[in-house]
Write a protein that binds this ligand. Structure first.
Ligand code: ZN
Length: 125
């Protein structure tokens, strides 16, 4: 994997985020398993200690804002066109919000950790 560059849109950061890989080497897995949201203690390839810099609730807060911004207007448009019963909204938007949240939380957290590592690598030592 390429070393981190200084360009404004660093595709290696996005790639590391999407693949949920180590922010330093881009090789070691960041999480305990495919379905786990628990970070490993350290990288199995380069030994980077993940516990030194956890992104905490940042990715979840970003998802709340982004998904809320996207899903609420979609629900309003859906209501104005189809006017379904209320339980349809509950099931449809509940499942959609849960699926989008679970599907994007791990890559977003990995991306934020990669950005943190790029801009403040001294915090990880
Ligand atoms: Zn690593």
């Amino acid at each position: 994997m390429k070393p981190l560059s200084n360009s404004a849109l660093d595709t290696s950061l996005i790639e590391r985020g999407l693949r949920c890989k180590c922010p330093k080497c881009g090789q070691g897995p960041l999480y305990d398993g495919l379905w786990s949201f628990t970070l490993k203690e350290r990288c199995s390839v380069c030994g980077l200690d993940y516990s030194k810099n956890d992104s905490a609730d940042g990715p979840a807060v970003i998802l709340i804002f982004v998904l809320g911004f996207l899903l609420v207007p979609l629900a309003l448009i859906f209501e104005s066109i189809f006017a379904p019963p209320l339980w349809v909204h509950g099931v449809l938007w509940g499942i959609l919000a849960l699926a989008l949240t679970l599907g994007t939380l791990k890559p977003l957290k990995a991306y934020i950790m990669a950005v943190q590592f790029k801009h403040r690598p001294g915090d990880w030592e």
